[in-house]
Design a protein around this ligand. Structure first.
Ligand SMILES: NC(=O)c1ccc[n+]([C@@H]2O[C@H](COP(=O)([O-])OP(=O)(O)OC[C@H]3O[C@@H](n4cnc5c(N)ncnc54)[C@H](OP(=O)(O)O)[C@@H]3O)[C@@H](O)[C@H]2O)c1
Length: 284
């Protein structure tokens, strides 16, 4: 199965107005797919991604996720790509810590609502998932309102949650809906620009605009694992292998040790259902 298999089929990409999501969207469109972008600022996203249908989706608001899913009649594949990294402790509309609310809970709610229509789910994690500290006794509070907020540690936990969620979803539905996780290595995108600004280090943006493209791989290269995930077997995890998985062509990777414990995945599943107020697929 190659990208051509998506010709004429509909792929929804969250946050496809920027970075690796936009590059994946362009490649899928070139292969003949109908690509729909789910974005929080429709007017800006239409300017950033000319020619793509853009529909409003704010993953930091579970009501927005519900509206988006309710209005989505046609979808074959869902790419859970959107993400935020770092910044101050902010809360989503439903009072969930913003990084976990956006990166994990918003996507989990979207998957729960769209799953009956899907024939593939792709979830974007990160090498940061290796540093996640979620364990089998994790609590609702730990995820929604971490007591000692350390931005990068919380980001790592969100990406660990993405990988744990992908593995557990694969165990539960992978025989009928392939579920694949991927990470883009380290790619120069707005993720870093936004983080620097949010953390009061905006003065570093101009030098980083010069240095980032030199030292980090491009968003186009970072999108390659996402595209490979569109045809990879369920349960697999794809990303670059070179330089500690920072750059290069996508390969099948071992799932990180932080995401292989079934007890942690099962606990995350239960906590996620509680927080999003939706049933996720039960174990068969
Ligand atoms: N770049 C890397 O090196 C790297 C490494 C590992 C993992 N990743 C992951 O790759 C994914 C894509 O990131 P990127 O690097 O391409 O960064 P990016 O260019 O900043 O793209 C992130 C996308 O997420 C969207 N987004 C953020 N909050 C949202 C919300 N509440 N609702 C809907 N969309 C929202 C952004 O929309 P706005 O334009 O409105 O902000 C943007 O379209 C993320 O999941 C990130 O964690 C990236």
């Amino acid at each position: 199965m190659t990208l051509a298999a998506w010709k004429g089929r509909t792929v929804v990409i969250t946050g496809g107005n920027s970075g690796i999501g936009l590059e994946a969207a362009k490649a899928l469109r070139a292969a003949g797919a109908q690509v729909v972008l789910g974005c929080r600022d429709v007017a800006r996203s239409e300017r950033q991604a000319p020619g793509f249908p853009v529909r409003e989706l704010d993953l930091a608001d579970l009501d927005s996720v519900a509206r988006f899913a309710g209005a989505t009649e046609q979808v074959d594949a869902l790419v859970c790509n959107a993400g935020v990294m770092g910044g101050p402790m902010l809360m989503t509309t439903q009072a969930i810590e913003r990084q976990m609310g956006t990166n994990h809970f918003g996507h989990a709610a979207l998957v729960a609502r769209l799953l009956p229509k899907l024939s593939r789910v792709v979830i974007i994690s990160s090498i940061a998932a290796r540093g996640g500290t979620l364990g089998p006794t994790l609590t609702v509070e730990e995820l929604t309102s971490p007591p000692a907020y350390a931005p990068q540690a919380v980001y790592a936990n969100t990406k660990q949650a993405n990988l744990l969620f992908a593995q557990e979803l694969h165990r539960r539905v992978g025989d009928r809906v392939p579920v694949v996780a991927a990470h883009p290595g380290v790619s120069w995108t707005n993720l870093f620009v936004r983080q620097l600004r949010d953390e009061g280090r905006g003065y570093l943006v101009p030098p980083m605009r010069l240095l980032g493209p030199v030292f980090l791989q491009s968003a186009k290269a970072g999108a390659a694992p996402t595209l490979a995930a569109m045809s990879a077997p369920s349960g697999s995890f794809l990303g670059p292998r070179a330089f500690g998985q920072v750059r290069g062509r996508p390969h099948l990777l071992e799932v990180y040790g932080t995401a292989t414990d079934p007890a942690t995945a099962a606990r995350l599943w239960d906590v996620t259902e509680q927080v999003i107020g939706l049933a996720l697929p039960s174990a068969s």
